[in-house]
Ligand binder design. Sequence first.
Ligand code: WTA
Length: 647
Amino acid sequence: MPTTKPETIEALFLEKRKFPPPAGFQKIAHVKDESIYEKAKANPEAFWESFAKELDWIKPWQKTLEWNPPYAKWFVGGKLNVSANCVDRWAKSAHRNKAAIIWEGEPGDQRTLTYWDLYREVNKFANVLKRLGVKKGDRVAIYLPLIPEAAISMLACARIGAVHSVVFGGFSAEALSDRINDAQAKVLITADGGYRRGGLLPLKHDADYAIKETPSIEHVVIVKRGDFPLRVKEGRDHWWHRLMQDAESFCEPEPMDSEDMLFTLYTSGTTGKPKGIIHTTGGYLTGVYATTKWVFDLQPEDVYWCTADVGWITGHSYMVYGPLANGATVVMYEGSPDWPDKDRFWRIIEKYGVTIFYTAPTAIRTFMKWGKEWPAKCNLSSLRLLGTVGEPINPEAWVWYHEEIGKCKCPVVDTWWQTETGMILITPLPGVTTLKPGSATKPFPGIEAKVLNEAGEEVGVGGGYLALTKPWPAMLRGIYGDPERYEKQYWSKWPKIYFTGDGAKRDEEGYLWLLGRVDDVMNVSGHRISTMEVESALVDHSAVAESAVVSRAHDIKGEAVVAFVTVREGVKSDPKLTEQLKEHVAKKIGSLARPDDIIFSADLPKTRSGKIMRRLLKDIANGKVLGDTTTLADPDVVKHLQKTYEE
Ligand code: WTA
């Protein structure tokens, strides 16, 4: 059972502090009245329907929810198009000339697309895709830097009913080809490169390696981002700008069934193979539309900036679909927060007058380390709301964020959710909720989240497993090509209940405190990495006989990757090999999975039946006193390892 202890007395003190909504904020907030929780609870379907009704439907739904656990259908029989809701609706209204996307490249170049501009680009690119033979239901892989073409590509796919699969630009060629093959994507959209910390991310170069192994890819579209050298294969590779030159300016949006697939997004689970999470159309859009509006309290004049990359679910739900469905102005920044200097984010906020800022705890801890003098140099007075996502936020970081960035006047919404949940599920409502630093507070209205013990009984006050006991509109509909895994992974711990894989604690006032993963998933800088995936990358190296991967606590990244490795007979385990192995993992998965520590050991602690005891390894990596080791086949192994690790 997961447990939590505040690290310091100071943290304990901070956890007990409370922050009611600022009066000025509350006055204009969408939600001011707590009674909405009761109202939504009494009739969740009617509650979700009220948001669905704010969207444009081509054909109304006949039934709000069909729930055959673990399979849900929302807004059954309804037809709509996501791109028409995110773009056409605003391009054909008084919002036509409003900025939809304000983009800044890392070198300082800028582009602003109004809703009309976005409408034009999406329509044209939808026609380009059609001309390349993409049809409704086909899969399209997107491997781009954070440039407007990423959003345009996603929306163009949605317009014609193609299913997009965005792969984060930091993933390796091999990770890209695995994802393309799993989804059998027909077209790949990439760029010559992208900028990161002044350097180049050679995307097309990596994509060339990937598509050697992906027979399903018929065409590659390349966005010209810079002047990066690359090979263009006649007939297969096409420049985005050339294709757009000849494209027709209007493409009829495809009427999509509410339950038609919108996208798949790969995420790490508890096995070596990433899984393609399936999201569909009507429920997903309703869920992200509703939560963006209420959690960020989006108002017409807001300038909203979510710093996530489009390659993650946060980039899908809260940079593209949620905000655009609300007709918001979205800021997008391509590069690193410390380029050319450590005040880049604060300069962007000042320059564009950002009012809502949504980022990850790992970034906040990094800013804390860099020092408050960086934000202090900029005028951040436009900010009115701050958000965090991706991992538990420690109370110290919460309070720093509130004081140094929000100047004590902005509510901080700590939002808990997952790739699978599609939308934010546990979060404050900023005009209603009294905040406690470190707590994601309460389930969004209409959501039922409980803390359960192993037997599936509710824990009154205390720690347990976080579970979702009612379906919600943006929930995943399955795992691409693997329904069995869907049932086993999420629905087998307790009948008809979704198991999140997270531990949580409930306090006396019913607030939820997230405690991190309780399964074999690590959370490194807010990125999900499976221990098994790193283990299989390691044993793929010819020097490695066996490996066990665990995480240890890390001040900035939340968790760091520690790999215990047994080498093959005759192999020398020296610092050179350490570097080679780290590089090998980066090459196989991406540099986000590069182990921080590699510990060589002649043996790994195993039970008598031969199972590696990861829990013990985790204790060693975290410098904890070890518990009972009597079940070990060879207790000396642990003593030896502990000594090696301490050295
Ligand atoms: C963790 C990211 C604590 C959690 C949207 C979850 C959080 C995993 C929070 C999903 C939060 C996300 N507080 N933990 N506010 N938000 N997590 O799929 O462990 O990349 O299961 O989705 O991140 O990661 P994913």
